[in-house]
Design a protein around this ligand. Structure first.
Ligand code: XMP
Length: 395
């Protein structure tokens, strides 16, 4: 299998789109292309470029049951508002029984990886696709290969890439990058491989996509299982979906009201907020959650603190503390209810590091009261830990 990537294109959106069309026509003209849409910005931009280049494309959205709810609408329905022609492949009945009860973060990741690759392979075969196009972007590549994108060639074989990757591995490489999966296609085409997330957003703006998509918050491959700490069950999944939607949409509304859009680039160049979500579990203070110390993933119980709200002091404290990778500020303590809810909102340039979003305490309190409308809510925390020492997600 070969990989074709658009390397070093012009950055200005109009010129970029022209270069991407030329690239796609060079590699995919008269071919049938499979394109997985995840609901996120990278795959949406990839699909729009394929359409713009008039490539025969099969857009596919896989619903395994752990995708988010966006303002009360399941993502598989939400994506149809943007792309009515998308083929939704529903694997919920097959996938959910496999993940229910699974606790181990890496096993959870592997289950998703296998479910995606099996489903993609099946559709590629059924639809007789020649190529696969995906929304791999610059930080994905640089993290996986440990090289600069300009050191790669436009066309490389998978074998060449694996040896390059093995030569360059240094430090922490995430298991989540699926660059080593081989599909039964002639090649992959990756038109946005040289772009950063803000550049992808500019392409979506160029295509006049709604703000709701242009500024959509990044969402991990293992979906809500990255935010349900411990085993996923059908009950905690229902709860997580509801509270997640509340946190994300309330933060989006606040930014939209204040800045006219749900995300800004702040004076540190970060996308603010890059991600805003709820993590849920029973008894979070007894759970080992992920952290990142000296570039290595660690699993530690979090520390809870309470007292006067002083954002600067609290965040400074949590970045200095030794022996813990995650500090939670207690917003509400209860002996009733079932699930602890952790509100997490972070700003980031490329997800390799992250700072805590300085949300006004009134907004955090508003979210808290909305969460308390669910009888299953128990304790509520606000995660005040930057990355490092925490990770963004909880697995
Ligand atoms: P962490 O939690 O490692 O997350 O600080 C960094 C960025 O990666 C996303 N993330 C994942 N994405 N598969 C993915 O496709 C994964 O297993 C995974 N884990 C984390 C996370 O949402 C954040 O943007």
């Amino acid at each position: 299998m070969l990989n074709h990537r658009l390397i070093n294109p012009p950055r200005e959106p109009e010129k970029f789109v022209k270069a991407a069309i030329t690239f796609l026509q060079k590699h995919a003209k008269d071919k049938k292309v499979f394109c997985a849409l995840s609901g996120g910005i990278d795959s949406s931009a990839t699909y729009l470029l394929l359409k713009e280049a008039n490539i025969n494309t099969i857009p596919v959205f896989i619903d395994h049951g752990l995708m988010r709810i966006i303002r009360g609408v399941e993502e598989r329905e939400d994506i149809k508002k943007l792309f009515p022609e998308v083929m939704v492949v529903d694997i919920r009945d097959k996938f959910l029984p496999k993940i229910f009860g699974e606790e181990d973060a890496e096993v959870k990741r592997k289950l998703f990886k296998d479910a995606y690759s099996d489903t993609i392979s099946k559709v590629i075969k059924e639809e007789k696709c020649d190529l696969l196009s995906d929304g791999t972007i610059l930080p994905d590549i640089e993290e996986s290969f440990g090289v600069k994108i300009s050191d790669l060639k436009e066309t490389m074989s998978l074998k060449e890439e694996i040896s390059l990757k093995n030569k360059n591995i240094r430090g922490f490489v995430k298991s989540q990058h699926n660059l080593d999966i081989e599909y039964e296609v002639e090649a992959t085409v990756q038109p946005v491989a040289s772009l950063t997330k803000p550049e992808v957003r500019k392409v979506l703006e160029y295509f006049k996509m709604p703000n709701e998509l242009v500024y959509r918050k990044a969402f991990p491959g293992p979906a809500l299982s990255a935010r349900i700490i411990g085993p996923v069950t059908s009950e905690n999944l229902k709860f997580e979906k509801k509270v997640h939607d509340i946190v994300e949409s309330t933060v989006n509304d606040y930014y939209t009201e204040k800045f006219g859009k749900p995300m800004i680039i702040n004076d540190k160049g970060e996308q603010e907020p890059f991600q805003a979500f709820a993590a849920t579990t029973t008894d979070v203070l007894l759970r080992e959650v992920t952290g990142m110390i000296n570039g290595q993933r660690t699993y530690e119980v979090p520390l809870s603190i309470k007292g006067e709200w002083d954002f600067e002091k609290l965040v400074h404290f949590s970045s200095q503390i030794k022996g813990y990778a995650r500090i939670l500020y207690e917003l509400y303590e209860s002996h009733e209810g079932i699930y602890d809810v952790i509100i997490r909102s972070i700003n980031s340039i490329d997800a390799r590091t992250a700072s805590v979003t300085n949300l006004p305490i009134d907004l955090i309190e508003e979210i808290k009261y909305k969460l308390l409308e669910f009888p299953d809510t128990k304790n509520i925390y606000f995660d005040i830990t930057p990355k490092p020492p925490a990770t963004i997600e909880y697995v």
